[in-house]
Design a protein around this ligand. Structure first.
Ligand code: HAM
Length: 420
């Protein structure tokens, strides 16, 4: 027996149903905010991520599925969508369209992390990116959209929003210096990874999960205390727009993000219902990234939601059924097989979901199949019915049955479904 690759998984049955629902709600919600779908490749040149995400991040240092293509080019399965979308935006010169651009994507991402509950090596993200607006109102609206997704999925009580400002290239260096000073004074507590990060990327230490590092990060200097006036005003603006939109949030001055491109606003939607993997969605502003990847100086902000984690949250609500089918037709070989096939497709063309037993087994077997599929109605065409050009239509919930002319069954079911 073959087994799947470690950290990869199969999604089917009830989980696939919830998955479907989540994607549907996402697409509808994204459209109401005027986002356009963008289909990105899953494979990119490795340099896109090295440059975009940052060479000292965990993702680039140790989590990429990177390999040399036959021509020697290093390529990687995308670990996230932002760098890819920025590459596409620049390569396709989409910046020449006036005004701001709003895109969304839904698809698999790949990170070679240690697999555990809620953390996989292939997972799916739904993300949005906005290019071309630097003001705080778009930050608030993007955070509102993340909140709205949770609300539209009926899980807003399971999540909370944390925000922070991590400064910009003009105030970050002074903050980094303070951090380095602080961590050097506590150097004995730092793990090996953090010792390496200390000079190159000290903010990453704040995100370290090592217990010993965590003890000292709690009292480390906070970015919000070192913001320049522009960043301070921007952050105040974000908060006041969020208040105007009545989005509940908490400022978490210790939140830094695991990707290097962020400036100013960073945010995470977290939950305490999924064990240690608490981030359901996260994002922030990345004003220098488009230029870094060869485009014009254009502001950018976005987020990505982990669909796998969100689906687990939605499943706590038990709104979906494993199976549901409008109609199951029970028919018999050389008696009603052709009538059944025709009737099934007549109903399907009216948008009714229909199935039948293509092996035309005994009535009892067919009823149990109808049960398994969760059919709302069964339409039985036995010998008696076939002779009269009728069908016995049974409402499986009410337990009632009526004999209907075969030609009128579709209209009858449509009417019944409408009333249900
Ligand atoms: P991220 O925080 O790395 O951000 O990932 C966003 C979300 O993807 C996480 O909050 C989590 O729900 C999900 N996720 C990440 N890794 C895994 C994993 N191994 N297994 C399951 N779910 C996972 C980004 O990727 C940025 N590109 C977000 C962004 C967009 N920032 C600006 N625009």
């Amino acid at each position: 027996m073959y087994q799947k690759v470690k950290g990869f998984r199969d999604i089917y049955g009830l989980e696939a149903r919830y998955w479907n629902k989540v994607e549907k709600v996402f697409r509808q919600t994204f459209r109401t905010f005027n986002f356009e779908e963008f289909y990105l490749p899953v494979l990119e040149k490795t340099e896109v991520f090295n440059r975009g995400i940052g060479s000292t991040t965990d993702i680039v240092e140790k989590e990429m599925f990177a390999f040399d293509d036959r021509d020697g080019t290093s390529v990687s399965l995308r670990p996230e969508g932002t760098a890819s979308l920025v590459r596409a935006y620049v390569e396709n010169k989409l910046f020449s369209t006036p005004g701001i651009s709003k895109y969304y994507y839904i698809g698999p991402m790949f990170r070679r992390e240690r697999p555990q509950k809620g953390r996989f090596r292939q997972f799916t993200q739904a993300g949005i990116e906005v290019f071309g607006s630097g003001g705080p109102s778009i930050d608030a609206d993007v955070i509102y959209l993340l909140y709205k997704l949770a609300e539209n999925l009926g899980i807003k009580d399971y999540v909370s929003m944390e925000i922070n400002s991590i400064g910009c290239p003009s105030c970050r260096p002074a903050y980094n210096e303070k951090l380095i000073e602080y961590f050097k004074a506590n150097i004995d507590h730092l793990c090996g990874d953090c010792l390496r990060r200390l000079d190159k990327n000290p903010m990453r230490i704040l995100d370290c999960k090592n217990e010993s590092c965590k003890k000292i990060t709690a009292d480390a200097p906070k970015a919000v205390d070192y913001l320049c006036d522009e960043c301070k005003d921007h952050f105040e603006g974000v908060k006041s727009y969020l208040d105007a939109l009545s989005v509940p949030y908490k400022v978490n001055p210790m939140m830094v993000r695991g990707l290097d491109y962020y400036v100013r606003t960073a945010f995470e939607m977290i939950t305490d219902k999924l064990g240690s993997q608490s981030a359901v969605g996260a994002g922030g502003r990345y004003d220098g990234l488009i230029q870094l990847l060869g485009g014009p100086d254009t502001a950018g902000i976005g987020f990505a939601v982990g669909i796998d984690r969100l689906v687990s949250l939605c499943m706590l609500n038990e709104t979906e059924k494993e199976n549901d089918l409008d109609v199951f037709i029970i028919s018999f070989k050389d008696v009603s097989d052709k009538t059944a096939l025709k009737l099934a497709n007549e109903m399907r063309s009216q948008g009714i979901s229909v199935d039948m037993d293509y092996d035309f087994r005994k009535m009892k077997k067919q009823f149990s199949l109808a049960d398994r599929y969760g059919a709302l109605f069964t339409v039985v065409i036995g010998e008696d019915e076939a002779a009269k050009n009728t069908a016995a239509v049974k409402d499986m919930q009410a337990g009632t049955q009526e004999e209907i002319e075969t030609a009128k069954v579709t209209a009858y079911i449509i009417d019944k479904l409408r009333r249900n």
